[in-house]
Design a protein around this ligand. Structure first.
Ligand SMILES: Cc1cc2nc3c(=O)[nH]c(=O)nc-3n(C[C@H](O)[C@H](O)[C@H](O)COP(=O)(O)OP(=O)(O)OC[C@H]3O[C@@H](n4cnc5c(N)ncnc54)[C@H](O)[C@@H]3O)c2cc1C
Length: 328
């Protein structure tokens, strides 16, 4: 298929302190790579009460950023407000594609834009290439199948990209930020945020950890996760878990890795008492080095781990702790 020139837009999200969300840096890196393949340009867009900090950060990844100052983005559900500000810009520019993150806000903004602009959406991309338009890999049937989908010829659409499937890399030169004021009334009702409840989570979010020590059903209970935590602390890493451990109530959902949990990309993934089911594998298979500790030499994790220690995880775990302790 021929490549199409045009613009690949990234709708960026911000953190509570106004900085750029990590997932948006990843999506912006992807947009820039796709734009190079498509001979198109990549443009970022930030809608926030004060978009300056995030817009300048985003300009480290793409050559042009539109920053829209929208007071209603503060104190109200962000996605509906952002979609209303972004929709007229996209409608007038006929993009080649639009990318968002696949987190809660990214999904909301994609859904609202799809309704406002009557455009198709491809969701939860685990990889995106360019073949005359976005060629989008998605994992289906619990990770048993990888599908590749594209928009029908000539259509542009919105793609939501899962976190941690791309490594954020800055461009060689910083882009330009174009500040715009929000224009005109918001036509759709805004959704007021009445309360925020912090999810109980470990000090170090697993999505950002360079080392993850994860426990599965083999850990045997909440008590067993103390050992996992001690090993993680000794290595300067975070604690992860399988769904089996989360469903048993041994550890909060925030730590779940896999198809219905988080996708992580640490340098080292130490899996204790984890069988390596496909739904877990899809969340951690891109880790730099995977080490399993399992008493079953035939556990599926042996098929994709770099190293499997065959043995009781408590014996191996305690020996590892002692070794780490002796090395200071
Ligand atoms: C739609 C769907 C979505 C899902 N999403 C997810 C998801 O996001 N994340 C996820 O993890 N799972 C998910 N699952 C569940 C998944 O299929 C597996 O059931 C789950 O990953 C198994 O977890 P586990 O490896 O901890 O347990 P098990 O498969 O029971 O494995 C436990 C392992 O521990 C080993 N073991 C036991 N005791 C010891 C010991 N003392 N020392 C050493 N080894 C020991 C055993 O040999 C075994 O290999 C999903 C399933 C479905 C259907």
């Amino acid at each position: 298929m021929a490549t199409a020139a045009g613009t690949i837009w990234v709708i960026a999200e911000t953190n509570a302190d106004g900085t750029l969300a990590k997932s948006s840096a990843e999506v912006a890196t992807l947009a820039r790579t796709l734009a190079e393949a498509a001979k198109a340009s990549a443009v970022g867009i930030v809608v926030a009460a004060d978009p300056k900090a995030a817009a300048h950060e985003l300009a480290g990844y793409v050559p042009r950023v539109v920053a829209i100052a929208e007071p209603a983005a503060d104190g109200n559900a962000w996605a509906q407000v952002a979609a209303q500000r972004v929709a007229p810009i996209l409608a007038s520019e006929a993009p080649a594609a639009v990318l968002t993150g696949a987190g809660p806000d990214g999904r909301d903004v994609a859904g609202t834009l799809a309704a406002l602009l009557e455009r198709p959406v491809l969701v939860n991309a685990t990889a995106v290439a360019w073949d005359g338009g976005p060629s989008v890999e998605m994992s289906a049937f619990g990770g048993k199948l990888i599908t590749t989908s594209a928009f029908a010829d000539g259509e542009w659409g919105i793609v939501t990209v899962r976190p941690n499937v791309v490594t954020a890399e800055k461009a060689s030169a910083a882009g330009k930020v174009e500040a715009r004021k929000a224009d005109g009334e918001l036509e759709l009702p805004v959704i007021k945020i009445v309360d925020r409840i912090e999810e109980a989570a470990a000090a170090l979010p697993i999505e950002e950890a360079r080392i993850i020590v994860a426990g599965g059903r083999g850990i045997g209970g909440e008590e067993g996760f103390k050992l996992v935590g001690e090993i993680a602390d000794a290595l300067g890493g975070a604690v992860g878990a399988t769904r089996a451990a989360v469903d048993s109530g041994w550890i909060p959902y925030a730590q779940q890795i896999g198809q219905t949990g988080k996708i992580v990309k640490p340098q080292l993934y130490l899996a204790l008492g984890i069988s390596g089911a496909i739904q877990h594998k899809v969340g951690m298979q891109t880790a730099g080095t995977i080490i399993g500790v399992n008493r079953d030499p035939d556990a599926p994790i042996a098929e994709f781990a770099d190293l499997v220690v065959i043995g009781d995880l408590f014996e191996v775990g305690k020996a590892l702790l002692a070794e780490l302790g002796s090395r200071g």
